[in-house]
Design a protein. Structure first.
Length: 302
């Protein structure tokens, strides 16, 4: 603990100092650190009902650490974890041609490609969940079960946000929270419900889930179209050896690629270029979507 910084006497003050000490760090890391600290301090407070928040903080300062010490630990741990999870470094090619074809050696390319294909299924599920949840919440608002249902629905949205964050981090490589937003147990029920309604992340998360349907359709269509067309062009000269070579017929007239054998390598080359272009597009979409998820799913610390 810095000698010029006094030990906080309340849990909110401790968390504020922790956020300040983590200024400039990834918002997902800050959310995890704040969650862990608040969970630990409130658990200690619950186990020692005779102590004030200041006394509990003072008693655990030596074991858990002061805010700046905890911040240093999280920064060091994050470096270690990210280094361990980082995929093998792909050697950067010196030429543009090498960089274009080198995408095939990047493991993140295939993870992004799989995410783009999976996004259609997850997008349908998220969209259906949010539309159904909001519709039922509005319908139950006049009934006695309205409030419990809204609480359960918002809670499910937070859980799904955490699940989607794990998928994004594993497949797209964007650091996402590994802990949920902390819900203070000491606040009255109505105040906690109000906090859920006023939390911008409650609504930005639902916006993300709604956007996942159109985005999933675009991602899935782009990947399936690119892969199917490129692989078809690559395989076309070989397929025609086993099938009817007349691929175009009109009013008794037929055209076959066998009439123009010089086109075969051109068609295959176009297919190869399109295949690698699709892989580049998948990696680009992965990076772009990771930033969308970071802005809409992660709570920005002020």
């Amino acid at each position: 603990m810095n000698a010029t910084t006094a030990l906080p006497t309340t849990i909110p003050a401790y968390l504020d100092q922790l956020r300040a000490a983590l200024a400039g760090a990834d918002p997902a890391l800050v959310q995890d650190a704040v969650y862990d600290a608040e969970e630990y301090l409130r658990s200690e407070l619950a186990e020692n009902p005779g102590k004030s928040e200041g006394e509990v903080i003072a008693s655990v300062a030596g074991s858990y650490g002061a805010p700046d010490e905890v911040a240093d630990i999280y920064r060091d741990t994050e470096v270690t974890v990210q280094t361990a999870l980082r995929p093998p470094v792909v050697r950067r090619r010196a030429t543009g041609l090498g960089r274009f074809f080198g995408v095939i050696a990047d493991p993140r390319t295939y993870a992004s490609l799989f995410y783009c294909v999976l996004a259609l299924a997850t997008g349908i599920f998220y969209f259906t969940w949010v539309v159904t949840g909001l519709s039922l919440s509005a319908g139950f608002a006049v009934l006695i079960i309205g409030v419990p249902f809204v609480i359960l629905y918002f809670g499910s949205v937070r859980i799904l946000s955490l699940v989607e964050g794990r998928i994004v981090e594993v497949m797209l490589g964007e650091r996402m929270p590994r802990r949920p937003l902390y819900s203070a147990r000491g606040k009255p029920l109505l105040e906690r419900i109000g906090a859920m309604f006023t939390d911008p992340r409650t609504w930005s998360t639902q916006l993300y889930f709604l956007l996942m349907l159109p985005l999933g359709i675009v991602y899935f269509t782009a990947m399936i179209t690119g892969l199917s067309v490129s692989l078809s062009l690559i395989a076309a000269p070989f397929v025609q050896l086993f099938v009817d070579p007349d691929v175009v017929r009109f009013d008794g007239w037929a055209w076959s690629p066998q009439h123009y054998p010089w086109l075969w390598p051109v068609v295959m080359a176009v297919g190869v270029v399109l295949l690698f272009a699709t892989l580049h597009l998948a990696r680009l979409i992965g990076r772009w979507h990771g930033q969308i998820a970071k802005h809409l799913l992660v709570k920005a610390e002020s």
